[in-house]
Ligand binder design. Sequence first.
Ligand SMILES: [Fe+2]
Length: 331
Amino acid sequence: MPEVKTDTTPAVNHAEDGPRPNIPATGFSLAHISDLHLTTLKEARCSQLLNKRMLGYFSWWRKRRHIHRSDIVEALLVDLAGVRPDHVAVTGDLTHVGLPEEFAEARQWLKSLGGPDQVTVIPGNHEAYVGSAWIRSCAMWAPYLESDTPQDIPKTAGLFPSLRIRGQIALIGLCSARASLPFLAVGSLGRQQLESLATLLRTTREQGLLRIVLIHHPPVPGTIKWRKRLVDSKSFVDVLVRHGAELVLHGHTHYPTFSEIATPGGKIPVVGAPSASELNPRSGHCAKYNIYQTGSDGQLTMSVRGYSEALGRFVAEQETTLVLPHHESGS
Ligand SMILES: [Fe+2]
């Protein structure tokens, strides 16, 4: 069994607060945002809600529409425009119940975030709220989901795993979204996607790329409640142990998480971003997103930016240095 460590608090090396930082021009910067739930269900019709979506609608009406705030989403766009990351990764749950109208609304928002060459998206469980029809709606986001270059591997939903290469960075997108029974929010990758993932990890390692894996569900067992888990997390971890990766990013929890997966090449950091739109005084959840900046000596700097209600904008919160594993290319 691989050694897996789970902790909700990443090691913090340096704390900083105040005005927006200038991200160094050198290296590559990646912003990771997740679980925005930015759509509205105001126009949803009763006929669209005669299934599990009715539960999601009530959740939106009672709670989510109050805690996922459009003004925070607006502040996020302003902050990202100031920070100017080289790329933005969005790890799912842009919608509430995955209605086609929500996919269309989210597509418009993605356009305001950036072009498909600057933004990579993977779906979350809320995109796949019921049935399999969501895959058709997901096509509305295709430019943001699909690989940059054709890959000769079998793909789930025709898209995943996706591969986007930016300089020395390989962004590998996975789809853990699937419909689940009421009161469950589980995800899975499936055997075919895991096999294709193994192929991509192997080829990108041979190319000497820094491999960042994007997945909506936390892949380390124990990070989240059983009813929200990644069902085939053990198989996923096994693939990472065999083929390595330098970083895994996920969402779904709505709170920050940090864990590690032990591999022969070292420990892979697994970092969960909270919702980037939520302000919930009851749970204490406050909108944040993370920025990763590549550096020398196999290190990666992670900067957390959180929303300040008092200032009405995002501010720098803390900076952490992640030590990445070293997997020999070509080995
Ligand atoms: Fe989720």
